[in-house]
Design a protein around this ligand. Structure first.
Ligand code: SF4
Ligand code: SF4
Length: 69
């Protein structure tokens, strides 16, 4: 079970590696902010609205959601 960390500082960001995304859209369904769009070939995270809850990363079946430092 993934714990949500809403108080985590927004010093880093989640993003989708386009070449790894298979377009299943699971991340879009689990995002509480609705801040993941689907564009052309992959999901895309709108970082300014992201709560850093980690749902997208833990849900992605291929590990395409990454967290930058
Ligand atoms: S869950 Fe992963 S593979 Fe599926 S759309 Fe999101 S980033 Fe792409
Ligand atoms: S970390 Fe949470 S709020 Fe941010 S894009 Fe992923 S599911 Fe949405």
């Amino acid at each position: 079970m993934t714990t949500t960390h809403y108080s985590k500082p927004k010093s880093n960001g989640y993003y989708v590696a386009k070449d790894e995304c298979i377009g299943c859209r699971r991340c879009i369904r689990v995002c509480p902010q609705g801040c993941i769009d689907y564009s052309n070939v992959s999901a895309m995270i709108i970082q300014e609205n992201c709560l850093h809850c980690g749902n997208c990363m833990s849900t992605c079946p291929v590990g395409a959601v990454k967290e930058s430092e």
